[in-house]
Design a protein around this ligand. Structure first.
Ligand code: FE2
Length: 221
């Protein structure tokens, strides 16, 4: 009946996964674990189920220069694959997330940035995912039952993570972390990246208007 049937994925949402060489990840993670521990002591007492995060300025500390270099290389790769005209970007924040046993990280997104991401230091089997949520809010207006959820029909998708994995996603994409059911801390480092020349270049109109000429005070009266 048909000469061809194809399924085209229009307007897809990309998440970019980068896995660091295991030996490098192991050494880097052990060092950053110690540095975070030292830099945050003494920590406040938490209520059960509460998370804690560091300040968002880890990228300004020399101890995190290696991770910054890794993240910047990955972001450059993403921007290159997207073939964007504006390549200059800055890391605007870098911070550690610590989920103690029993703590979830509720759905959220990262406003006022272009890309965000998470690098993983320590995750336990069974607690090793980040959940991305369906960004098309209108898709539930008609929500038929499905026999088996797929990436096309699921309202959210839990992507596997492991130590040494860097996951990059659009900053607007809502994400969350399930409750930590293990007895170990779940530790990750998140970042935001934004175009360095956003106001100066990117936000300017891209069309030409009628040229203006200077007028004197007499003419404008
Ligand atoms: Fe986040």
């Amino acid at each position: 009946m048909f000469t061809n049937v194809s399924e085209e994925a229009l307007f897809p949402t990309f998440v970019w996964v980068h896995d660091l060489e295991p030996a490098r990840a192991e050494a880097l993670n052990a060092r950053m674990f110690r540095d975070i521990d030292r830099m945050t002591a003494p920590r406040p007492q938490l209520q059960p189920g509460q998370n804690w995060q560091t300040e968002q300025t880890l990228h300004e500390h020399p101890q995190f220069a290696e991770l910054v270099e890794i993240i910047e290389a990955a972001v450059r790769g993403v921007i290159s694959r997207m073939a964007l005209e504006h390549e200059a970007f800055e890391l605007t924040a870098l911070w550690a997330n610590i989920n103690p046993p029993g703590a979830p990280h509720p759905p959220h997104f990262h406003p006022n940035n272009f890309l965000s991401g998470v690098y993983y230091l320590q995750v336990t089997e069974g607690q090793d995912s980040i959940t991305f949520h369906e960004p098309r809010t209108q898709v539930d207006i008609v929500a038929p039952h499905v026999q088996r959820f797929s990436q096309y029909t699921a309202p959210h998708y839990s992507m596997p993570v492991k130590p040494g994995r860097l996951v990059i996603f659009p900053a607007w994409l809502t994400h969350s972390v399930k409750r930590n059911e293990s007895q170990r801390l779940r530790i990750s480092i998140s970042f935001n990246a934004m175009f360095a020349d956003y106001v100066e270049k990117l936000s300017r109109p891209r069309w030409q208007g009628i040229p203006l000429r200077a007028i004197s005070e007499d003419e404008s009266a």
